[in-house]
Design a protein. Structure first.
Length: 184
């Protein structure tokens, strides 16, 4: 059974997995799918049609918008923002208010075991690879390889890490060390 704080606003059309904990003032919209044993931190927002795998930890004040898929075991730090529109505008060129018909939703994928530090912004249309680690305050504007360590604005690869977060000289070294970490 999921545990949902009484101040959380969870749509009846959302799917919440067994053992998931949804904390205070969280909003989860219709058709959102959240896996088992997740933690959704205070004041987070999960928009309609977002998919979140099992064992995902989402810290306070994170914003997850339509077009996002998060695989299992991902860490999303506090105040992380996922965007879904590369050309955001309130109005059309003729001055009329944009509607859903004028909007082209982008897609973002966060792969298994990735970690995004506090205040990360992810621009739509990217894939963040398995076990990648994004440093706090980074702005991710392009795909991130598996095991990459990314920092900055715009985010750039500065190295590689294993599943345990150990710095490695190469991606191959990070993959091999992860294999050994899993076997232990």
């Amino acid at each position: 059974m999921a545990i949902i704080h009484p101040t959380a606003d969870v749509s009846q059309q959302a799917e919440i997995g067994e053992g998931t904990r949804v904390w205070a003032n969280v909003q989860i919209r219709e058709r959102a799918r959240i896996g088992r044993n997740c933690i959704i931190g205070r004041n987070s927002y999960v928009e309609f049609d977002v998919t979140i795998g099992d064992n995902v930890k989402i810290q306070n004040n994170a914003s997850l918008y339509v077009g996002l898929t998060v695989e299992e075991g991902v860490f999303i730090g506090p105040h992380v923002i996922f965007t879904n529109d590369k050309l955001p505008r309130a109005i059309n060129p003729d001055g009329t208010l944009k509607s859903s018909a004028d909007w082209h939703v982008g897609t973002t994928l966060v792969r298994y075991g990735a970690a995004l530090g506090a205040g990360t912004v992810v621009v739509t249309g990217v894939t963040i690879g398995r076990w990648a680690m994004i440093g706090s305050g980074s702005v991710v504007t392009k795909d991130v390889p598996d095991h990459a360590l990314v920092i900055g604005n715009p985010g750039r690869v500065i190295g590689y890490v294993s599943a345990m977060g150990v710095r490695c000289a190469t991606q191959a070294e990070a993959i091999e060390l992860t294999r050994r970490e899993i076997e232990q």
